[in-house]
Design a protein around this ligand. Sequence first.
Ligand SMILES: [Zn+2]
Length: 252
Amino acid sequence: MGKSRPRDKIILQSNALVTVLLLLLSFIFGINSPDSRALPPGNGEYKASPVDGELGGGLRRDPTSLRGKVILVDPGHGGANPGSRGVGPRPEKDNVLAVAWDLKGMLEYAGAKVIMTRDGDYSPGGPKADQLEARVRIANLSRGDVFVSIHNDWNKNSSLTGTTTYFYSPDGYHLGESLQRGVSQELSSRSLGVKWASYYVLRNTAMPAALVELGFLSNKREANLLSTRSYQTKAALGIYNGLVEYFSNRSR
Ligand SMILES: [Zn+2]
């Protein structure tokens, strides 16, 4: 989440009603407003689906458990909120957006529907809205099956490395367990475990929700890895594998 993550706060913005109305309209007409937004310049690199490229055989091709599922993909931070800057070449908001785009490609390839809370470098809900409220609003209006928030971690101990997944509800725990296993296996990162946390986006989303901290931007080696495209694609594959496992277990 990073040290600069804003504390949960309730701020009634003057444009909140407009945002809700727009989201409602887009929901009624079957348009995912975050998805249909034009990408700001510079984010075109994230558009390519990794499935046709280097991933190829790495993806389980017919995970029927994902077909028709609605997956909320929530890349943390964005816009004026960079998340953790850390000691790597890119801030958290850029790293997690790239992972989210990779993940979207994989999930859609498997027949899932993906709704991203942001698909470019902007603040969900607009620059004046509370980011966290906007993420939750998008999620709850979509009636998605699961909510997956993607972050990079930070710690004052720069030697700390590894992956952690957070949950709030018992439903979220099962999702978190699958994601943690999937990501730490795919990244070959140290698993720091599945932990309970009262984060706003976990507490207020109406579906099973988990927040994955892929690794630490405070550690030089991990910060460099987290900014490379290959590591980002691996992280996405780990989340993807976790989701396949989660839905497979549920359908038994
Ligand atoms: Zn974060």
